[in-house]
Design a protein around this ligand. Structure first.
Ligand code: ADP
Ligand code: ASP
Ligand code: MG
Length: 464
C-alpha cells in the first residue's frame, strides 16, 4: 500500500488534475490512498476573502469567492464532457458552497475571524477539490471515493498547539485500508482535521504533506509519495538559485532540518511519523513523472563537500537581551524561554554569547513586539538595576541554514561560509550550530538573504 499526495500546483487546473489522476490510475495495482491539497492559491484566496469580510470589504470578499467558484466550475466543465456527470459533481459542490456562504455571512456580521473560524474557512479549498478528483479518476475507469479527513485525522482541542491523536487516527484509517483493498481509491483532503468534538482544525499552512505522512504511518504504508512541481528535494530553492540540483537521496534528519529552515517542498512535521515506522518518503514531479525524484530515508551518502543544501527563512525578527551585568544573573536563558513559552511564542533559533553578555533569539515577525514587551516585563528588576542594558529587536531578518549530515565534525564549514559572506560585505547578525551538528544557521538582514543563499550554494559547489 502506498500513500500518494498531490500538492496545490498538481491539482491547480483541469490539465493538472488530469495528469495527477493518470498517475494514480497507473499505480492502481498498488492500492493507493490519495491525499490532495486545495487547488494552488485557493487557501490564500479563502483567507483573503475572510480578511475582507472582517474589514467590511464586501466587494473584495465576493470577488475572491467568485474567483474560487469559477476555477472549480471551469475544472468540472472541462473534465466532464458527460453533462449528467458534471451536474452530479456540481450538486456535491453546491452543498459545500451553501456552507461557505453561511460561514462568510457569519464572519461579515461579527467582523471578526477567530482561529476556529480561520480553520473552518481554510478547510473549504481541500473539500471543494476532492469530489472533482474522485469523479475524474472514476471516469478514467478506476473507482474512487472522496473522503473528508475530518473523519479520519483527529487532533487535540487546541488548534494553536495542535497534537495529532495517533491512536484514534490509526483506528479511523482502517476505513481507508478496507476501501483500498476493496478496489476503491480513497481521495482524502489534505491539511484539514478535527477535534474529537468535531471542530474543524488544520495542520498549518502546507500541511497536506503532514496529512500524507500521518496516514502513511497509520496504515504502515510501504512508501509515502509527495508529488509536486519540482523533481525532488533540491540543493536550494530553485526560485532563488536557478542552478540548484535535485538530490537523489536525503536522510530523514536532513529533510527535517531543511524543511524546518524554510525548504517549502516539505512541511516540517512530515518526517516524524515516517521515521517512527521507517517508511521511505519519495518526492516526485507530477509534470515529469519519469524523473526518479528524491528518496528520503534513514541512510544517505555523505557529501564530500559536507553541506548538502542551503535554505532560508525570511520575515523573521531577531530579539536580543544585552548587558554586561548579565554575568551572575541567575538563569537568564531559562527565564527567557519560560517567558516565550508562557506567551506561546515559538523560538526558531537561539544563541548565547559565551561571555554571557548577550542572548539572542529569532521569532516570527508577528511575535516580535510581544516578545520584546514580555521580556522587558520579565527582566524589569534587572533593567532597573542596570544589570541588563536593553531588550531590543531587529525586524526584517532572515535565517540561512546550511544542512548536511557531513557537517558533523568537519572543520572549516563555518569559516568558508563566513568567508564568502564577509567578502560580499554581508553582515552576519547571529550564528548557531544545531546540537545535532547537522546544520549551521546564520542570521543576516532580509535584503541580503537571496544573495547569501546564492553565494553559499556557489562556495560549496552544491550544483556539482
Ligand atoms: P505543493 O503545492 O506541491 O505542496 P509547494 O509549493 O508547497 O508545492 O512546494 C514546492 C516548492 O518548494 C517548489 O516549487 C520550490 O519552489 C520550493 N522549494 C523551496 N526550497 C526547495 C528545495 N530545497 N527543494 C525543492 N523545492 C524547494
Ligand atoms: N492548502 C493548504 C495550504 O495552502 C495545505 C497545503 O497546500 O498543503 O496551506
Ligand atoms: Mg506544499
Amino acid at each position: 500500500m502506498v500513500v500518494v499526495k498531490f500538492g496545490g500546483t498538481s491539482v491547480g487546473a483541469p490539465t493538472q488534475i488530469d495528469q495527477a489522476a493518470r498517475i494514480v490510475f497507473e499505480m492502481r495495482e498498488q492500492k493507493p490512498i490519495v491525499v490532495v491539497s486545495a487547488m494552488g492559491g485557493v487557501t490564500d484566496a479563502l483567507l483573503q476573502a475572510g480578511e475582507a469580510a472582517v474589514t467590511g470589504q464586501t466587494r473584495v470578499r465576493e470577488d475572491k469567492l467568485w474567483e474560487i467558484r469559477s476555477r472549480h466550475d471551469q475544472a468540472i466543465n472541462e473534465l466532464f464532457k458527460d453533462r449528467s456527470v458534471a451536474v452530479s459533481v456540481q450538486d456535491t459542490e453546491r452543498i459545500i458552497w451553501e456552507e461557505i456562504q453561511k460561514v462568510f455571512t457569519g464572519v461579515s456580521l461579527l467582523r471578526e475571524m477567530s482561529t476556529r473560524s480561520r480553520d473552518l474557512i481554510s478547510s473549504f479549498g481541500e473539500r471543494l477539490v476532492i469530489p472533482i478528483f474522485a469523479q475524474y479518476l472514476t471516469s478514467l475507469g478506476q473507482d474512487a471515493t472522496p473522503i473528508d479527513a475530518r473523519e479520519i485525522v483527529i487532533t487535540s482541542e487546541e488548534s494553536e498547539f495542535l497534537l495529532v491523536d495517533f491512536e484514534e487516527t490509526r483506528k479511523r484509517c482502517q476505513k481507508l485500508v478496507k476501501m483500498a483493498k476493496a478496489g476503491t481509491v480513497p481521495i482524502v483532503t489534505g491539511f484539514i482535521c478535527s477535534t474529537p468534538a468535531g471542530i474543524t482544525t488544520t495542520l498549518g499552512r502546507g500541511g497536506s504533506d503532514y496529512t500524507a505522512s500521518i496516514i502513511g504511518s497509520c496504515v504502515k504504508a510501504q512508501e509515502i509519495q509527495i508529488w509536486t512541481d519540482v523533481s525532488g528535494v533540491m540543493t536550494a530553492d530553485p526560485r532563488i538559485v536557478p542552478e540548484a540540483r535535485v538530490l537523489d537521496r536525503v536522510s530523514y534528519k536532513e529533510a527535517a532540518e531543511m524543511s524546518y529552515f524554510g525548504a517549502k517542498v516539505l512541511h516540517p512535521q512530515t518526517i516524524m511519523p515516517a521515521v517512527d515506522e521507517s517508511i521511505p518518503i519519495r518526492i516526485k514531479n507530477t509534470f515529469v513523472p519519469d524523473a526518479p525524484g528524491t528518496l528520503i530515508s534513514a541512510e544517505t551518502p555523505v557529501r564530500q563537500y559536507n553541506v548538502k543544501t542551503v535554505t532560508s527563512i525570511t520575515g523573521v525578527t531577531l530579539v536580543s537581551v544585552e548587558g554586561r551585568g548579565m554575568i551572575g544573573v541567575p538563569g537568564v536563558a531559562g527565564r527567557v524561554f519560560t517567558t516565550t513559552a508562557r506567551h506561546r511564542i515559538s523560538v526558531l533559533m537561539f544563541s548565547q554569547g559565551s561571555s554571557e553578555q548577550h542572548i539572542s533569539l529569532v521569532v516570527n515577525r508577528q511575535d516580535g513586539d510581544q516578545t520584546v514587551k514580555a521580556l522587558k516585563r520579565e527582566f524589569e528588576a534587572e533593567i532597573e538595576r542596570r544589570r541588563i542594558d536593553r531588550v531590543a529587536s531587529i525586524s526584517d531578518i532572515a535565517i540561512i541554514a546550511l544542512v548536511g549530515e557531513g557537517i558533523k565534525g568537519v572543520p572549516g564549514v563555518a569559516a568558508r561560509a563566513f568567508g564568502v559572506l564577509g567578502t560580499a560585505s554581508i553582515n552576519i547578525l547571529m550564528i548557531a550550530q544545531g546540537s545535532s551538528e547537522l546544520n549551521l544557521s546564520i542570521v543576516v538582514r532580509q535584503k541580503d538573504a537571496h544573495r547569501a543563499v546564492q553565494l553559499i550554494h556557489e562556495a560549496f559547489e552544491l550544483n556539482k
